[in-house]
Design a protein around this ligand. Structure first.
Ligand code: BTN
Length: 238
């Protein structure tokens, strides 16, 4: 079975990442949970993920043969797949490091990867994907920063169909990542990257975003010439 299969469809749940984690033991690689809505959708950090009906909320079980240290970079791989899938629907999706899919300055999708290890090795990774498909009226706290496929194209595709497209786009970059790490997917990621050459502010100063490192960290050239890497943020694009 390929990525996205078998597929468990829930009308409603707290978080598809949690539902898949609860079913991960013994589950086949590629198993996916998709929900019509989430009551406790999670974003990165302490953020909630606004999850009304009509959008895609899905989690995919992966068992990549990679070292635990490189697991966070799987978010970059998933981002490539989501952006490419959205482009099939006429959306000019681009990537914002580390795991946002954006259209211009507005976020349309996000990836939350969570992993479990056993005996020092990666047991599984859950790639959770949220894509705004149908939402036209966002709550006030998101109104200035979020968008959806329906807002951009006037049409909201079926969530299951978009999950199919993401899974189809995930296989190739994932295989290359497992074989060759971030260097093997860097060109793909940077081709979709929104922020090359854009000014950014990090805790040690300001500079220009120039790329991602072999570890998947954002690389900046600070004013004055020093190069620094941002491990997980905060990075403020300015
Ligand atoms: C982010 O951009 O902060 C990541 C958002 C990830 C949201 C998705 S929706 C499906 C899956 N289940 C969750 O609880 N979160 C992810």
């Amino acid at each position: 079975m390929g990525l996205g299969q078998p597929r468990i469809h829930l009308d409603r749940c707290g978080s598809t990442n949690d539902e898949l984690a609860a079913r991960a033991a013994g589950a086949a690689t590629g198993t996916a949970v998709i929900a019509d809505r989430q009551d406790a959708g999670r974003g990165r950090g302490a953020h909630l993920w606004h999850s009304p009906p009509g959008n895609l909320y899905a989690s995919i079980l992966l068992r990549p043969a990679v070292a635990p240290a490189v697991v966070p970079a799987i978010s970059l791989v998933a981002g490539i797949a989501v952006a490419r899938a959205l482009r099939q629907y006429g959306v000019e999706a681009r990537l914002k490091w580390p795991n946002d899919v954006v259209v211009g300055d507005r976020k349309i999708a996000g990836v939350l990867s969570e992993s479990a290890s056993r005996g020092g090795a990666v047991d599984h990774v859950i790639a959770g994907v949220g894509v705004n498909l149908a939402t036209r009226d966002f709550p006030p706290e998101l109104a200035a920063t979020a968008t959806s496929v329906a807002v951009i194209t006037g049409h909201a595709p079926e969530p299951g169909e978009v999950l199919d497209a993401i899974c189809a786009e995930l296989g190739d970059p994932l295989a290359r990542f497992v074989a060759g790490g971030v260097p093997a997917i860097r060109a793909d990621w940077e081709a979709l990257w929104r922020d090359r050459g854009r000014r950014a502010r990090v805790d040690v100063g300001e500079g220009v975003a120039i790329g991602i490192t072999d570890a998947g960290h954002l690389e900046l050239e600070l004013d004055g010439g020093a190069r620094v890497t941002a491990l997980a943020g905060p990075v403020e694009m300015i």
